[in-house]
Design a protein around this ligand. Structure first.
Ligand SMILES: NC(=O)c1ccc[n+]([C@@H]2O[C@H](COP(=O)([O-])OP(=O)(O)OC[C@H]3O[C@@H](n4cnc5c(N)ncnc54)[C@H](OP(=O)(O)O)[C@@H]3O)[C@@H](O)[C@H]2O)c1
Length: 255
């Protein structure tokens, strides 16, 4: 399918590794000019998107700074990919150990980063009739006590996407959300994950699909998430207003 993305201009948050980097790679392969943002610009990101910026997107000003920099470097903006996010290691003691500082950090990184980036990008996207694609998570729909703050932030993102999509649809700006299940990134491959489980890294990764109930028996590859992001970023699905797309290897068993 021809996505019609060649020549478009995009900004991707959390672009130096994992899903964000896979999205940058896929966009560049389609002829899109990209600016990425992360605290550290990896060598691969620098090669794909030379104007990428090193900045902290969990701060009040970081997302706005990134979008302004991208518009100035690219001359216009057709696409914002809100990818940055994650969860600090959750406390073993549960809800009462989650203090305000942790809740605030998790919401700043996962939710407000997207709100702030969208606020900065929408004036440009209205001019180009562009798109916003945001990476949420299956956790938006799951009750996992250890990931309570992260899940609440992702749930808020899905609702934000629906409402913003509704507001902007008459102006031709497409807003969509993707909710991945477990994706093979350092979220899972970082050595400390296996160490915490008391297993060698290869055994930990091999056991994950069954432990997490993945019907495919495999973790999701970042490239698969990137492929969905590109389809949703294109104008091929004009009726997808504020919609959230789950790509979870069969992890969620009920609807
Ligand atoms: N992997 C999964 O299983 C999974 C499943 C569902 C949803 N997701 C979501 O998908 C998104 C990407 O996850 P991932 O697994 O690809 O993560 P990852 O491999 O850890 O990559 C995260 C990216 O965000 C950047 N980043 C982190 N904190 C930042 C900050 N404060 N300011 C600027 N950049 C920051 C990182 O670069 P620096 O460290 O250099 O800043 C990196 O480029 C997240 O929103 C995550 O919640 C992931």
């Amino acid at each position: 399918m021809e996505l019609g993305l060649a020549g478009k201009k995009a900004v991707v948050t959390g672009a130096s590794h994992g899903i964000g980097l896979a999205v940058v790679r896929a966009l560049v392969a389609e002829g899109v000019e990209v600016v990425g943002g992360a605290r550290t610009v990896s060598a691969e990101l620098r090669e794909l998107a030379p104007a990428s910026a090193a900045l902290d997107l969990s701060t009040v000003d970081g997302p706005d700074q990134l979008v302004r920099h991208a518009v100035s470097a690219l001359g216009a903006l057709d696409l914002l990919v809100n990818n940055v996010g994650g969860s600090p290691p959750p406390p073993d003691e549960g809800f009462l150990a989650l203090d305000d500082a942790t809740w605030t950090h998790v919401f700043d990184l996962n939710f407000f980063s997207a709100v702030r980036a969208a606020r900065a990008a929408v004036p440009s996207l209205l001019r180009t009739r562009g798109a916003i694609v945001t990476i949420a998570s299956v956790n938006a729909r799951l009750a996992v006590p250890r990931l309570m703050a992260y899940s609440a932030a992702k749930s808020a993102l899905v609702n934000f996407g629906r409402a913003l999509g509704e507001e902007l649809a008459p102006s031709g700006v497409r807003v969509r959300t993707v909710s991945p299940g477990p994706v093979r990134t350092r979220t899972w491959t970082a050595p400390e994950r296996a160490a915490k489980a008391g297993m060698p890294a290869s055994d930990f990764l091999a056991a994950l699909p069954a432990r997490l109930g993945l019907s495919t028996g495999e973790l999701i590859e970042p490239e698969e998430i990137a492929a969905l992001v590109l389809l949703l970023a294109s104008d091929r699905l004009p009726s997808a207003v504020g919609a959230d797309y789950v790509l979870d290897a069969g992890m969620i068993k009920s609807w």
